[in-house]
Design a binder for this molecule. Structure first.
Ligand code: NAP
Length: 246
């Protein structure tokens, strides 16, 4: 159903996983139209023969809704795949909280801005562009630690709370777009612990073999996307294609 995309939109496109996913998509579909959104610039993938368009934008900013909407109006149809890779776990001054005592309002709000609102704003920008008969695959990169059902360890308050909120956004979108579109699939996916800037400070505690290269994770994620169907909509997937509890 979704295995022959013509146009892919990749958001948060300068990140470690996003760059690897872009490269993997181009490797599998060299003629694809690849549209990227990022706060920065993103290089063209070597070997890419298709159209390449880029918008420099911060999806955390509410004004991005209009900017992305205007940008998308330059295309005759909406993208077939939308993959949003935006996410935040730490910055220079903050990391995942081990206990309630470490929680700060500002960091939770910043986590919600990046882990939730960047996805919501992109959905809002896309919303009016969607066409009933055009298939749509929406993928939010989320995290297993955002699963409430899977949470047995606690901690990581701001990241868990904001990813759980993202998961609820994905569920809601799957219902709303599922009613409006003939063939849509709206999912969240856990990429597995991948060697990027996001996981860097936490890689020391991992069991051997549990840190994956961006290329390996990207290949696994695109494998999952190619196998998705409308009946899969409204779920959180593990990188091997199995379902995680919300
Ligand atoms: N790496 C892992 O082990 C792992 C595990 C589980 C889940 N994930 C999820 O996978 C996704 C991709 O992660 P990654 O490992 O590729 O991380 P990354 O290299 O840090 O990329 C994250 C992207 O999020 C966007 N972003 C970060 N801070 C932002 C801010 N302040 N304002 C707006 N956008 C911001 C950026 O996009 P632009 O600068 O391009 O706009 C950035 O490229 C995230 O959602 C993450 O939570 C990763």
């Amino acid at each position: 159903m979704f295995d022959q995309p013509r146009m892919v939109l990749l958001a948060g496109a300068s990140g470690g996983l996003a760059r690897a996913i872009g490269a993997e998509i181009v490797r599998r579909y060299p003629d694809i139209t690849l549209v990227t959104l990022s706060r920065g610039t993103v290089d063209r993938v070597p070997g890419h023969a298709g159209e390449r368009r880029h918008l420099t934008v911060s999806l955390a900013d509410e004004h991005s809704i209009r900017a992305v909407e205007t940008f998308l109006s330059e295309f005759s149809s909406p993208p077939d795949w939308v993959i949003n890779c935006c996410g935040l776990l730490h910055d220079e001054f903050h990391g995942p909280e081990k206990s309630l005592a470490q929680c700060e309002d500002d960091w939770l709000i910043q986590s919600m801005r990046i882990n939730l609102l960047t996805h919501m704003h992109l959905a809002q920008a896309l919303d009016r562009k969607l066409q009933r008969k055009q298939p749509l695959l929406w993928v939010s990169l989320s995290a297993k630690v955002g699963s409430i059902g899977d949470n047995e360890l606690g901690g990581w308050y701001s990241y868990r709370i904001s990813k759980a909120s993202l998961n609820m956004l994905v569920k809601n979108l799957s219902i709303e777009w599922g009613r409006r579109l003939e063939n849509s699939c709206v999912v969240a996916i856990h990429p597995g612990t991948t060697d990027t800037a996001l996981s860097k400070p936490f890689q020391g505690n991992l069991a051997p073999g549990k840190l994956y290269s961006p290329a390996l994770s990207a290949g696994r994620i695109v494998d999952v996307l190619q196998q998705l169907a409308p009946a899969d909509s409204g779920n959180l997937f593990f990188w091997d294609g199995s379902r995680l509890p919300w």
